[in-house]
Write a protein that binds this ligand. Structure first.
Ligand code: CA
Length: 221
Protein backbone atom coordinates (compact mmCIF):
# COMPACT_ATOMS: atom_id res chain seq x y z
CA UNK A 1 0.00 0.00 0.00
CA UNK A 2 1.42 3.32 -1.05
CA UNK A 3 0.63 6.35 1.07
CA UNK A 4 1.40 10.00 0.43
CA UNK A 5 1.96 12.14 3.51
CA UNK A 6 1.78 15.91 3.01
CA UNK A 7 2.96 17.56 6.22
CA UNK A 8 5.35 20.45 6.84
CA UNK A 9 5.87 19.72 10.54
CA UNK A 10 9.09 17.66 10.67
CA UNK A 11 8.56 16.14 14.09
CA UNK A 12 4.97 15.13 13.42
CA UNK A 13 5.90 13.81 9.97
CA UNK A 14 8.69 11.67 11.41
CA UNK A 15 6.27 10.18 13.91
CA UNK A 16 3.63 9.43 11.30
CA UNK A 17 6.18 7.91 8.90
CA UNK A 18 7.59 5.67 11.61
CA UNK A 19 4.13 4.54 12.74
CA UNK A 20 2.84 3.86 9.23
CA UNK A 21 6.05 2.12 8.23
CA UNK A 22 5.44 -0.36 11.04
CA UNK A 23 1.95 -0.93 9.63
CA UNK A 24 3.52 -1.96 6.34
CA UNK A 25 2.83 1.16 4.30
CA UNK A 26 5.26 2.56 1.78
CA UNK A 27 5.23 6.24 2.73
CA UNK A 28 6.19 9.09 0.39
CA UNK A 29 6.52 12.31 2.37
CA UNK A 30 6.42 15.79 0.88
CA UNK A 31 6.66 18.97 2.94
CA UNK A 32 4.96 21.71 0.94
CA UNK A 33 2.00 22.41 -1.29
CA UNK A 34 3.81 22.60 -4.62
CA UNK A 35 5.61 19.29 -4.13
CA UNK A 36 2.32 17.68 -3.13
CA UNK A 37 0.63 19.00 -6.27
CA UNK A 38 3.50 17.78 -8.48
CA UNK A 39 3.64 14.29 -7.03
CA UNK A 40 -0.14 13.88 -7.07
CA UNK A 41 -0.28 14.74 -10.76
CA UNK A 42 2.40 12.20 -11.53
CA UNK A 43 1.92 9.24 -9.22
CA UNK A 44 -0.89 7.07 -7.96
CA UNK A 45 -1.38 6.48 -4.23
CA UNK A 46 -3.74 4.24 -2.30
CA UNK A 47 -4.36 6.98 0.25
CA UNK A 48 -3.27 10.54 1.02
CA UNK A 49 -2.81 12.07 4.48
CA UNK A 50 -3.01 15.81 3.92
CA UNK A 51 -2.23 18.65 6.30
CA UNK A 52 -4.26 21.79 5.54
CA UNK A 53 -1.76 24.46 6.67
CA UNK A 54 1.14 24.13 4.22
CA UNK A 55 3.75 26.42 2.67
CA UNK A 56 3.04 27.58 -0.92
CA UNK A 57 -0.39 26.02 -1.43
CA UNK A 58 -3.09 25.18 1.08
CA UNK A 59 -4.24 21.63 1.58
CA UNK A 60 -7.78 22.71 0.63
CA UNK A 61 -6.59 23.93 -2.80
CA UNK A 62 -4.65 20.72 -3.38
CA UNK A 63 -7.70 18.67 -2.43
CA UNK A 64 -10.06 20.65 -4.67
CA UNK A 65 -7.73 20.31 -7.65
CA UNK A 66 -7.31 16.60 -7.04
CA UNK A 67 -11.07 16.05 -7.09
CA UNK A 68 -11.53 18.28 -10.13
CA UNK A 69 -9.13 16.08 -12.03
CA UNK A 70 -11.44 13.18 -11.23
CA UNK A 71 -8.99 11.61 -8.80
CA UNK A 72 -10.92 9.64 -6.17
CA UNK A 73 -7.98 8.57 -3.97
CA UNK A 74 -9.13 8.59 -0.34
CA UNK A 75 -7.84 11.64 1.54
CA UNK A 76 -7.56 11.99 5.30
CA UNK A 77 -7.26 15.64 6.26
CA UNK A 78 -5.16 16.85 9.21
CA UNK A 79 -6.27 20.14 10.72
CA UNK A 80 -4.41 22.17 13.29
CA UNK A 81 -7.41 23.96 14.70
CA UNK A 82 -10.50 22.22 15.89
CA UNK A 83 -12.98 24.59 14.36
CA UNK A 84 -16.20 23.48 12.76
CA UNK A 85 -15.46 25.64 9.69
CA UNK A 86 -12.13 23.89 9.08
CA UNK A 87 -13.70 20.48 9.34
CA UNK A 88 -16.62 21.37 7.08
CA UNK A 89 -14.23 22.95 4.58
CA UNK A 90 -12.05 19.85 4.51
CA UNK A 91 -14.96 17.49 4.00
CA UNK A 92 -16.74 19.75 1.48
CA UNK A 93 -13.58 19.98 -0.59
CA UNK A 94 -13.48 16.25 -1.05
CA UNK A 95 -11.81 14.96 2.11
CA UNK A 96 -13.00 11.53 3.25
CA UNK A 97 -12.12 11.90 6.91
CA UNK A 98 -10.21 14.30 9.15
CA UNK A 99 -8.21 14.35 12.35
CA UNK A 100 -7.48 17.29 14.59
CA UNK A 101 -3.96 17.79 15.92
CA UNK A 102 -2.70 16.61 18.29
CA UNK A 103 -3.92 13.09 17.65
CA UNK A 104 -3.09 9.57 18.64
CA UNK A 105 -1.07 7.62 16.06
CA UNK A 106 -3.02 4.43 16.72
CA UNK A 107 -6.23 6.26 15.93
CA UNK A 108 -4.73 7.66 12.73
CA UNK A 109 -3.76 4.13 11.68
CA UNK A 110 -7.24 2.83 12.46
CA UNK A 111 -8.88 5.59 10.41
CA UNK A 112 -6.55 4.96 7.49
CA UNK A 113 -7.44 1.27 7.56
CA UNK A 114 -11.15 2.15 7.60
CA UNK A 115 -10.76 4.52 4.62
CA UNK A 116 -8.87 1.89 2.65
CA UNK A 117 -11.58 -0.69 3.33
CA UNK A 118 -14.21 1.73 2.07
CA UNK A 119 -12.22 2.68 -1.01
CA UNK A 120 -11.83 -0.96 -2.05
CA UNK A 121 -15.52 -0.83 -2.92
CA UNK A 122 -14.78 2.27 -5.02
CA UNK A 123 -17.53 4.48 -3.81
CA UNK A 124 -16.89 7.38 -6.15
CA UNK A 125 -19.85 9.67 -5.62
CA UNK A 126 -22.08 10.30 -8.60
CA UNK A 127 -22.47 13.91 -9.69
CA UNK A 128 -26.05 14.85 -10.48
CA UNK A 129 -27.03 18.09 -12.16
CA UNK A 130 -30.64 18.30 -13.32
CA UNK A 131 -31.05 15.51 -15.91
CA UNK A 132 -27.27 15.04 -16.21
CA UNK A 133 -25.53 12.29 -14.23
CA UNK A 134 -21.78 11.72 -14.06
CA UNK A 135 -20.34 8.45 -12.86
CA UNK A 136 -16.71 9.20 -11.96
CA UNK A 137 -15.76 5.53 -11.50
CA UNK A 138 -17.00 4.55 -14.98
CA UNK A 139 -16.26 7.94 -16.59
CA UNK A 140 -19.78 7.77 -17.95
CA UNK A 141 -22.31 10.54 -18.60
CA UNK A 142 -26.05 10.13 -18.98
CA UNK A 143 -28.77 12.66 -19.72
CA UNK A 144 -32.23 11.51 -18.64
CA UNK A 145 -30.76 8.03 -18.38
CA UNK A 146 -29.44 8.04 -21.97
CA UNK A 147 -25.69 7.54 -22.35
CA UNK A 148 -23.79 10.43 -23.92
CA UNK A 149 -20.40 9.71 -25.41
CA UNK A 150 -17.80 12.15 -24.05
CA UNK A 151 -14.02 11.94 -24.30
CA UNK A 152 -11.95 11.59 -21.10
CA UNK A 153 -10.91 15.24 -21.30
CA UNK A 154 -14.42 16.45 -21.94
CA UNK A 155 -15.40 14.43 -18.89
CA UNK A 156 -12.80 16.18 -16.73
CA UNK A 157 -14.02 19.62 -17.83
CA UNK A 158 -17.68 18.74 -17.40
CA UNK A 159 -17.02 17.32 -13.98
CA UNK A 160 -15.13 20.43 -12.87
CA UNK A 161 -17.95 22.68 -14.07
CA UNK A 162 -20.75 20.60 -12.55
CA UNK A 163 -19.09 20.11 -9.17
CA UNK A 164 -18.53 23.89 -9.05
CA UNK A 165 -21.96 24.84 -10.39
CA UNK A 166 -22.74 28.48 -9.70
CA UNK A 167 -19.05 29.48 -9.83
CA UNK A 168 -17.10 30.80 -12.79
CA UNK A 169 -14.04 28.66 -13.59
CA UNK A 170 -11.23 30.39 -15.45
CA UNK A 171 -9.68 28.83 -18.52
CA UNK A 172 -6.46 28.38 -16.52
CA UNK A 173 -8.30 26.46 -13.83
CA UNK A 174 -9.84 24.16 -16.44
CA UNK A 175 -6.46 23.70 -18.11
CA UNK A 176 -5.01 22.69 -14.76
CA UNK A 177 -7.74 20.07 -14.41
CA UNK A 178 -6.67 18.66 -17.79
CA UNK A 179 -3.00 18.41 -16.86
CA UNK A 180 -3.83 15.36 -14.77
CA UNK A 181 -4.12 13.50 -18.09
CA UNK A 182 -0.40 13.68 -18.63
CA UNK A 183 -0.37 15.36 -22.01
CA UNK A 184 0.39 18.88 -23.09
CA UNK A 185 -2.64 21.11 -23.21
CA UNK A 186 -2.85 23.01 -26.49
CA UNK A 187 -3.65 26.70 -26.13
CA UNK A 188 -7.24 26.41 -27.34
CA UNK A 189 -7.94 22.97 -25.85
CA UNK A 190 -10.47 24.20 -23.33
CA UNK A 191 -12.47 26.09 -25.97
CA UNK A 192 -12.52 23.04 -28.22
CA UNK A 193 -13.71 20.71 -25.47
CA UNK A 194 -16.39 23.19 -24.37
CA UNK A 195 -17.53 23.44 -27.99
CA UNK A 196 -17.90 19.65 -28.17
CA UNK A 197 -19.67 19.47 -24.82
CA UNK A 198 -22.17 22.09 -25.98
CA UNK A 199 -22.87 20.09 -29.10
CA UNK A 200 -23.47 16.96 -27.05
CA UNK A 201 -25.31 18.44 -24.08
CA UNK A 202 -27.04 21.48 -25.53
CA UNK A 203 -25.79 25.02 -25.95
CA UNK A 204 -27.37 26.47 -22.81
CA UNK A 205 -25.67 24.33 -20.14
CA UNK A 206 -22.19 25.89 -20.20
CA UNK A 207 -22.15 29.68 -20.22
CA UNK A 208 -19.21 31.80 -21.33
CA UNK A 209 -18.54 34.60 -18.88
CA UNK A 210 -16.69 37.03 -21.07
CA UNK A 211 -13.15 37.76 -19.94
CA UNK A 212 -13.49 35.49 -16.91
CA UNK A 213 -14.20 31.89 -17.89
CA UNK A 214 -17.02 29.38 -18.01
CA UNK A 215 -19.77 28.34 -15.69
CA UNK A 216 -22.74 26.06 -15.26
CA UNK A 217 -25.66 27.50 -13.32
CA UNK A 218 -26.75 25.68 -10.20
CA UNK A 219 -29.41 23.08 -10.97
CA UNK A 220 -32.97 23.77 -9.83
CA UNK A 221 -33.69 21.53 -6.89
CA1 CA B 1 1.14 22.56 8.84
Amino acid sequence: MRLLLVEDDKQLGDGICAGLGLEGFTVDWVHDGNSAEAVLQKDRFDIVVLDLGLPQRSGIDILKDLRERGNTTPVLVLTARDTVTDRINGLDSGGDDYMTKPFDLDELNARIRALLRRSMGHVAPFVQHGPIMLDPAAHAVTVDGQAVDVSPREFVILRALLTNAGQVLSRTRLEEALYGWGTDVESNAVEVHIHHLRKKLGGSLIRTVRGVGYMVDKADS
